[in-house]
Design a protein around this ligand. Structure first.
Ligand code: MGD
Ligand code: MGD
Ligand code: SF4
Ligand code: MO
Length: 761
């Protein structure tokens, strides 16, 4: 412990600490798990894992990463870290790190030189491009890549090769949230910041296992509730999880059937007088599929969603829905936090819209302590991919490929002809991997993601990975995806490169290079730059000698946009603990709430207008008309694959605290492996009894896509009729059983609901 605690302080925190220990959070700021003797140099950085964006201090000694502790000066986590982060130094130094390039020869991956590997990729990509056009190539990236890395990929593929087939795993994750923010509030990303947590009276955690997936956010909520007993927490999740430690009310819908609950809550809020009529009149429009409607039409729409009807659809007792609505309405301030339980759904965007509705109709938005605040999964899904434009329809800095002026502006900065950038969006992730299967896409560059394991209905997409020319840039080896690679490029890992991560709360934070890349590993952005040069774009990639040059060019493209980062130079970011955009100038402190007083864009452009109209907010985003947000009338819709007599159970998948996705990183720490060594399936005790399944027995799960054996964990967690499998283990890739149906708007797959059955093995 770097800090001394008095006995009294220790006892005072120990009750909270034991609860915190249950979710692997240390309540002792500055505590390190690793052995640290003298001579350690501490470097300010950001956690490699989730979208919370905790500040860390990296302990380096004699050029080696030896430990990690929470950064006490970082307001995101105030020195606290969760258990995954504590073992990050083990991932850096793991034996499974990849140290040299590899090329597949006679079916086997063998060591090669950088020269040979990059020459091969450049030659193959150019051949494919020449024979089949740029659209026969694709890039598939990650919300874990740095902004600079995604920026280089965008320039190479969209700007030079001339294909918009640029996607990334945020499509599997945040696409529905983006769709929700755009269609409801007019612009992507939340209105407020984490500091609303300490001001909120009610938390509505919908489809978010906050305790395990965003532990430090959970720790802040828990701490706040401990200090303020009036703070209440309502959970909407088909499972009990460690998040339930703090729940006052838990609604258990059948997976895929909760849209009606949001509508019923809205109905109760309006019927019982909790709506903010003034806010509604001045700030909102109501819409359905036919366009703008009046408030009366919305009320009529809600008549189809009485709590009793919602009970019939979702399985949640009407009384509980009414209770939840009243708690939301009565609380002076409320935050809804949601994650994949809502996003990874055939109607993920609708679910997001319905969350925003609750905040809009009650005016619980744009005031301290109130927000509809989507939790981001990955550390840089917001920064690199949503803002950085790492999807098939986007360009860096919230620009769009369909807009001629945007293409021209970005092309000019890139130094390429505007005609290089195609005016049509490329293929979204599932369409892209389907095209790889069909041979329409013949070459793919995969960076910082492991799609052979993480795609839904995964086995289906192994075909294309196997048959086409696939390049994988990776820091670890082997992975399920490198098994299919033709070329594997060793990528420098966290601490071995500098760059920027932008987390959930619009905060951009700088990460320094602390040690040299291991072996022959190279920084992803430099690999892409060098590949670009080899493909014939020497001129276009000549200037990118440093990360700072890339960042500066990128932030130039944010000037005048809602996500203005002009005030976030490396110089400044190296000193501060991140900046929350819009941050238009070097002396601007960053923005707390968007669309209202204190937001520099609002203050300079919309404040006067808003004042004239008697408004306190102006939703100035590109998708909002007249500065108004939209209340959407979204009906109930079944999941893509409802349960039936053949497949009577709803299979849902997700995470555990100790592991990160495909475990290439958390799997390197024996401590984390010991905590949760194997995959399993959670089965409700009543279901288990009906099927005569005992705890720890081997069972076979079957869906329409395949079958797989798991150990049964009979536990009062999933609601009856639902089973849950964590998706981390490559020896039990549950994704083979998941459905690849997706939301027609966001194109995000429905990982959270598939029809299944179970039998004893
Ligand atoms: N420890 C750990 N933390 C992580 C990650 C990790 O791999 N490990 N990954 C990060 C990433 S990228 C992401 S996206 C986030 C994900 O964070 P979360 O979304 O919080 O995590 P999940 O376990 O995927 O799913 C959350 C919950 O959704 C519930 N759910 C399933 N179906 C439904 C439904 O129909 N309705 C509702 N309301 N809920 C439903 C599940 O029961 C589950 O408890 O976590 C991030 N943090
Ligand atoms: N069944 C099921 N499937 C899911 C989900 C679910 O809830 N259920 N959730 C989905 C979601 S939300 C997400 S975000 C995705 C995540 O899915 P993936 O992105 O495929 O999973 P990761 O294991 O995070 O993969 C990251 C890869 O990058 C490598 N890597 C780490 N650092 C670096 C680096 O600096 N450079 C390079 N080049 N490589 C690096 C890691 O070793 C790892 O192989 O999975 C999706 N899949
Ligand atoms: S909560 Fe997320 S960002 Fe914070 S320490 Fe844990 S994994 Fe890292
Ligand atoms: Mo994610």
């Amino acid at each position: 412990m770097s800090k001394k605690y008095t006995r009294r302080e220790f006892i005072k925190t120990s009750a909270a600490a034991s609860a915190a220990a249950g979710i692997g959070v240390s309540l002792f700021p500055g505590m390190t798990f690793a052995n640290q003797s003298g001579g350690t140099n501490w470097h300010k950085s950001v956690c490699r894992y989730c979208g919370v964006g905790c500040g860390v201090m990296i302990g380096e000694k004699a050029g080696k990463i030896i430990s990690i502790k929470g950064d006490e000066l970082n307001t995101v986590n105030n020195g606290h870290l969760c258990v995954k982060a504590f073992y990050l130094h083990k991932a850096v130094n793991s034996k499974t790190r990849l140290h040299h390039p590899m090329i597949r020869k006679n079916g086997k991956l063998v060591k090669s030189s950088w020269e040979e590997a990059l020459d091969l990729v450049a030659t193959k990509f150019n051949e494919i491009r020449k024979a089949n056009g740029g659209n026969a190539l694709a890039f598939y990236g990650s919300g874990q890549g740095e902004t600079e890395e995604t920026y280089m990929a965008n320039k190479l593929f969209k700007g030079c090769i001339g294909t918009n087939n640029v996607e990334g795993n945020p499509r599997l994750c945040m696409a529905s949230a983006v769709g929700g923010y755009l269609s409801s509030l007019g612009a992507d990303e939340p209105v407020g910041l984490y500091e609303d947590i300490e001001k909120a009276e009610l938390f509505f955690l919908a489809g978010s296992n906050t305790a395990e997936a965003h532990p430090i956010i959970f720790e802040r909520i828990m701490r706040h509730k401990t200090r303020n007993p009036n703070v209440k927490i309502v959970i909407l999740d088909p499972r009990k999880t460690p998040t339930d430690q703090v729940a006052d009310l838990h609604l258990f819908p059948k997976p895929g059937y909760d849209l009606a609950i949001f509508n019923a809550m809205a109905k109760v809020l309006i019927d019982e007088g909790y709506a903010d009529d003034d806010f509604i009149a001045k700030h909102l429009v109501m819409k359905n599929g036919d366009g703008v409607q009046d408030f009366e039409t919305y009320k009529k729409f809600l008549n189809d969603y009485t709590p009793e009807i919602a009970e019939k659809i979702s399985g949640v007792p009407a009384q509980d829905i009414i209770k939840a609505a009243r708690m939301f309405g009565k609380a002076k301030t409320a935050m809804t936090l949601w994650t994949m339980g809502l996003n990874q759904r055939k109607r993920g965007v609708w679910a997001n819209n319905l969350v925003h509705n609750l905040h809009l109709i009650t005016g619980k938005i744009g005031v301290p302590g109130s927000d509809s605040f989507s939790l981001t999964g990955q550390p840089n899904a917001c920064g690199g991919v949503r803002e950085g434009g790492g999807l098939c329809h986007l360009l860096p800095g919230h620009h769009l490929v369909v807009k001629e002026a945007h293409r021209a502006k970005v092309a000019k900065v890139w130094g390429v002809p505007a005609s290089n950038i195609q005016p049509k969006p490329g293929k979204h992730t599932i369409a892209m991997f389907s095209a790889l299967n069909e041979g329409e896409i013949k070459g793919m560059y995969i960076m910082c993601t492991n799609p052979a394991q993480s795609l839904p209905n995964a086995k289906k997409y192994w075909k294309g990975l196997k048959e086409q020319f696939v390049v994988v840039a990776e820091s670890f080896y082997p992975t399920m995806t490198t098994e299919y690679a033709d070329v594997v490029l060793p990528a420098a890992f966290w601490t071995e490169k500098e760059g920027v991560y932008g987390c959930t709360e619009r905060r951009s934070q700088y990460m320094p290079l602390v040690v040299a890349p291991q072996g022959q590993a190279k920084w992803d952005a430099f690999i892409l730059r060098d590949l670009g040069k080899k493909m014939g774009f020497e001129k276009e990639f000549a200037k990118y000698e440093t990360a700072e040059i890339m960042w500066d060019e990128y932030r130039g493209l944010t000037k005048g946009k809602d996500m203005n980062l002009m005030g976030a130079s490396y110089d400044r970011l190296k000193k501060v603990r991140g900046l929350t955009w819009p941050v238009p100038t070097e002396d601007h402190p960053g923005t707390y709430k968007r669309f209202m007083a204190g937001d520099p864009i609002y203050d300079s452009k919309f404040a006067e207008l808003a004042k004239k109209e008697g408004r306190r907010m102006y939703f100035y985003g590109p998708k909002a008309k007249d500065g108004k947000a939209t209340v959407w009338m979204r009906p109930h819709d079944d999941p893509a694959e409802p349960t039936d007599s053949e497949y009577p159970l709803a299979l849902t998948t997700g995470r555990v605290l100790e592991h990160w996705h495909t475990m290439t990183m958390t799997g390197t720490a024996p401590e984390l492996n010991r905590a949760v060594p194997n995959a399993y399936v959670e089965i409700n005790p009543i279901d288990a009894r009906n099927m005569s399944i005992k705890n720890k027995e081997q069972v076979v799960i079957e869906t329409r896509r395949g079958s797989m054996q798991f150990e049964a964990r009979v536990i009062d967690r999933p609601v009856q009729g639902t089973i849950f499998v964590p998706w981390h283990w490559e020896n039990k890739p549950i994704n083979v059983l998941c459905i690849d149906a997706f939301d027609p708007g966001s194109k995000e797959p429905e990982y959270k609901v598939a029809a299944a059955r179970i039998r004893k093995a």
